[in-house]
Design a protein around this ligand. Structure first.
Ligand code: DC
Length: 218
């Protein structure tokens, strides 16, 4: 029997990771960062000099990803890569390999295994639609591209205007375009998902809203 899952889907830099982690902490549940699995696969492919477009070779890497999640840190082949997988280039690579059906299939069971061990808060793009269609609560978490770019700029210590900021905004819009328009598992709000637009919300307000919705369900 699987444990209950709260599925949180949303675009790049929407804050879903931060919110999912806090909800998981409040409930004492596990946290699944599904995007990290795509990022790890992209990084491993780069290390092994496998082309991001080579579907069967990348899927092979995804199938036996030598990853370990430990106290908020991520290890690939015993090397810590917590920061390395957050690089913009690896995010783009993740977006590319995430469009390959064989790669998604290779990562599917690994994601579902989380809910075989513990109640789980899972964040990604297709948590509600594909990975956990029976999730007890489904949330589509978003914010305007402008707000997401501002948050990203703040996070990396860049000004929220000027050329560098425009590049961050353009990257976010480009990734949205790729994630929403791909033929397999595109990012889309499910009809039974609740919309949480955090453009004008603090993290605490967003976390509380998720917990209120969860308590309404149980
Ligand atoms: O959430 P993130 O930015 O870490 O995700 C990195 C990329 O992985 C993103 O461009 C889309 C892809 N992804 C996906 O296709 N499905 C998921 N469940 C999670 C991420």
């Amino acid at each position: 029997m699987s444990f209950p899952v709260i599925a949180i889907d949303g675009p790049s830099a929407s804050g879903k990771g931060t919110i999912a982690v806090r909800v998981a902490q409040k409930l004492g549940w596990a946290y699944l960062d599904s995007g990290a699995l795509y990022r790890l696969t992209a990084l491993l492919a780069q290390q092994e000099k496998v082309h991001w477009q080579d579907e069967s070779a990348v899927a092979q890497l995804a199938k036996s990803l030598p990853v370990c999640f430990e106290n908020g840190k991520i290890f690939l082949n015993q090397q810590e890569v917590t920061e390395a997988i957050r690089a913009e280039e690896i995010g783009m690579g993740a977006s590319k390999i995430a469009a390959l059906p064989a790669v998604r299939t290779a990562l599917l069971q690994r994601q579902r295994d989380f809910a075989e061990i513990s109640p789980t808060v899972a964040d990604g793009r297709d948590m509600a639609s594909v990975v956990f269609p029976d999730a007890v609560l489904k949330i589509f978490l978003t914010a305007s591209a402008q707000v997401r770019a501002q948050r990203r700029a703040k996070q990396i210590g860049q000004p929220e205007h000027g050329e560098a900021f425009e590049k961050i905004l353009a990257d976010i819009e480009k990734r949205d375009e790729a994630d929403c328009n791909r033929p397999v598992a595109p990012l889309v709000k499910q009809p039974d998902a609740l919309l949480l637009d955090t453009s004008n919300m603090t993290i605490d307000e967003a976390v509380n809203q998720v917990l209120v919705w969860y308590n309404d369900k149980v």
